[in-house]
Write a protein that binds this ligand. Sequence first.
Ligand code: ZN
Length: 337
Amino acid sequence: MATGISPNDIASLPKAELHLHLEGSIRPAIACALASRHGITYAEEEVQRRYKYTSFSEFIEAFKWVTSFLREPSDFAVVAADLAEQLLQQNVVYAEVTLSIGVMLLRKQHPQANFEAILEATESFESRGLRLNWIFDAVRQFGPEPAVEVVESARRCSSPRIVAFGIGGDELSIRTSEFRGAYLRAAGYGLHRLIHAGEIGGPEKIREAVDLLGVERIGHGIAAIHDPALMDLLAARQIPLEVCPVSNLRTGALAEQLRNPRATIEQHPLSQLLRHGIPIVLSTDDPAMFHTSLSNEYKYAAAMGLSAEEQQRLVANSFRFSFLPGVERARLSPEPA
Ligand SMILES: [Zn+2]
């Protein structure tokens, strides 16, 4: 409830982050270090230049470029340890980090070996107050069979740290219904389910994901503003949207959804969705690639006109709608669940 907390105090609160890609957290200095491990020299300025986009497709190109240096399990270890440091610096005590297993499989890598290296690299952060869990992610445009392979990778890794299966990538590519088998299998293995939908696609992508795939959270989902009945449904069923304002600005998704090429972040529909009663969790998506941080996202939330109580609700939501078991959630959350 309202406590009169100032927006600046948000920075000092223990926080959680639920929509965060490991591959999008590679800072320019780390990208240079990774490239040099494979005999390629880049200046940080070159990485900075590549980390600028005016459209979703340009962002995808940059994502492909930087992930091309993730070749060995030890590369993943370097990136994971650096992400953990970034999170601790912002007082993030819990994160569910998305791993693009679909890309690993496309590149004929071994997800198990990469995942073991990631776990080893981040294990010591637990004693420093950071708990990490992982989401195995498929790439939508690669199709339903590779998505099933991602689910099978999660089963083979057989780790309690893998909490969910999701799909990202181009939501306009392959029909949602094609992925029913992958989601059914994921549910059968006890994985939680989520998906990127309504980021650049329309509200029907969100509705399909809820109706056909039984997803428990939606990545982005800002297209819901175009469908009042869908907003009612998300609120009634308390299905959270993982909202990433700076990402939406930088990929052009915000301009697309608002039908305004000059849309500013202050016009982001986060407050409209939140005030409709839909649970919102605030996230960075790809913090290094979008030049943002969780603290930065909270500053923008304040700039969008969210009250201190509403910002505090966002902080609480990131624990409440996590896939942590109840006991652990209660232990880590700054508020009663
Ligand atoms: Zn994402």
